[in-house]
Ligand binder design. Sequence first.
Ligand SMILES: Nc1ncnc2c1ncn2[C@@H]1O[C@H](COP(=O)(O)OP(=O)(O)OP(=O)(O)O)[C@@H](O)[C@H]1O
Length: 319
Amino acid sequence: MSELVIETSGLRKQFRTRRGRHVVAVRDLDLAVPAGGVHGFLGPNGSGKTTTIRMLLGLARASGGEMRLFGQPVPRALPQVIGRIGAVVEQPKFVPTFTGRRNLELLARSIGVSQRSVEAAIAQVGLDGRERERFKGYSLGMKQRLAIAATLLKSPDLLILDEPTNGLDPAGIRDIRDMIRGLGESGVTVLLSSHILAEVQQVCESVSIIGEGRLLASGRVDALIGASTAAAVRVGLPDPARGARHLEAAGYAVRRDGAHLLVEGVDEPADLTRLLASHDLFVSELTPLRPDLEQVFLQLTKDTTLRARPEELVAGGAA
Ligand SMILES: Nc1ncnc2c1ncn2[C@@H]1O[C@H](COP(=O)(O)OP(=O)(O)OP(=O)(O)O)[C@@H](O)[C@H]1O
């Protein structure tokens, strides 16, 4: 068993609205984030990701449950572990008229780290060459890099990034994604909160998927994809219409995909060839379509995302 960097059990957060009702943002959440690499914290908008991160960092008080960072109970032991954690939860304040480098130098001095760390952080986030430009002229992507560089100054063991690519264009998203992958490979544990599937699938080894504040699935990305049932089997036939009739009569769900058929609910693809061959239909193609993380995610969160409002309002009561 690898060491867990983040652990929550039965974590719960309830907000009281102005009308005196309660919004349950996080409910009975058990998270386990192993050391090393990038761990995706995935969920639709309003599913409780930011609230969970804020509780871990002592920025919001939990209504119930337990949390540990590096094995230490938080928020009680936060002073002992906070030095090992870098977090970008919201855009930090930088001086707009100073260069990126000057901003980092000031920050480095205020937290007592060497100017050499500034060089290292600039290089790590790929800002070299642009660090002598003023912050106010930076693109959103560069501002985000600078924010991450600021957290790297103290060489954290754990980096928590809340939706780091929000508002970026596709090129900016790719740049930040590559940078995060590099950080994970360098040995830092990264918790990457996101609702963008492609971002997570391409960067993370493991994920926790939440919906309405609950853990829906957790584990290695490849295991989650492998564990979910094959999305469909694509079948090529000389007479798709006749093939579809026989398959439907045998109880399969069949859809047309151009000249092909997409057959769902298939346990064993060979069953299809046998069935079709018994009607003198010989397949020219039989391709099981592996689900990707997006399909796994949609399957898991479909109940939660289809609801009109992401939050569940409950009548006032004890937190
Ligand atoms: N201070 C607050 N008061 C009342 N409700 C809140 C408060 N903060 C968050 N919520 C509610 O808690 C739920 C979870 O919100 P949260 O911001 O944690 O979700 P999220 O997964 O981070 O969403 P997003 O991807 O949009 O950032 C939402 O329904 C939100 O409206």
